[in-house]
Write a protein that binds this ligand. Structure first.
Ligand code: SF4
Length: 214
């Protein structure tokens, strides 16, 4: 029986991606191979408890919701995550995964919509990006850049154009909460004419920005 280390499972409003606003069950898995300077989920680096895939599915089923996001931490760090994806998809759920883009996404169940969070220089983790992941992206996937400053924005625009990411899937751009004013990013996107979607982390406006389990 496959087991995973789970940080938390909760029901909330999806705050990011083109699925923003939809009720969603979040399965947050423990561990991360990165240490982004502005990380807002450092509590997921170590905290967690072992749960079987069946136990996770049972917890997910306790909520009246057909959309599930597997997130972290870095969810792809645990080998058993593919068994979880398969069980959720077989169970009829629409499944999203949010991953940093530093690990291979090619082995993920094809039914799962992949949100790949490539890291900008301001995160301190830019060297960890695995650009071969771009070749695996399909129209149902999304790529996100979290922008700290103008340097990050210019870098992200270059990467989008260099790799043709906007031709493969939706590109999302978001600010580092509390460190870049959203109006700045909005202005840069309009000036640049970048083919990307502006987003805010909606959950940080609905609930307290530092609240967990929302
Ligand atoms: S990849 Fe995500 S969880 Fe890991 S350090 Fe970066 S922001 Fe935090």
């Amino acid at each position: 029986m496959t087991e995973l280390v789970v940080n938390e499972i909760f029901h909330s409003i999806q705050g990011e991606s083109s699925h923003t606003g939809r009720p969603c069950v979040f399965v947050r898995l423990t561990y991360c191979n990165l240490r982004c300077a502005w990380c807002d989920t450092a509590y997921a680096f170590e905290e967690g408890r072992r749960m079987s895939v069946a136990g996770i599915l049972s917890a997910v089923r306790s909520f009246p919701c057909g959309l599930v996001e597997v997130t972290g931490g870095e969810p792809l760090m645990q080998d058993g995550v593919n068994d979880l994806f398969e069980a959720l998809c077989d169970g009829g759920y629409e499944v999203l995964v949010e991953t940093s883009g530093s690990l291979d996404i090619g082995g993920i169940d094809r039914r799962v919509k992949r949100i790949v969070d490539f890291k900008c220089p301001g995160s301190g983790m830019v060297k960890k990006n695995l650009w071969s992941n771009v070749g695996a992206l399909t129209q149902q996937d999304e790529v996100k850049f979290v922008i700290l400053d103008k340097g990050d924005f210019d870098w992200a625009v270059e990467r989008v154009r260099e790799h043709g990411i906007d031709k493969r899937c939706t590109v999302l751009m978001s600010v580092v909460f509390g460190q870049l004013e959203p109006i700045e990013l909005a202005r840069w996107m309009l000036e640049e004419g970048i083919n990307a979607r502006f987003q805010l982390q909606a959950h940080k406006y609905i609930w307290e920005p530092a609240a967990r389990g929302v």
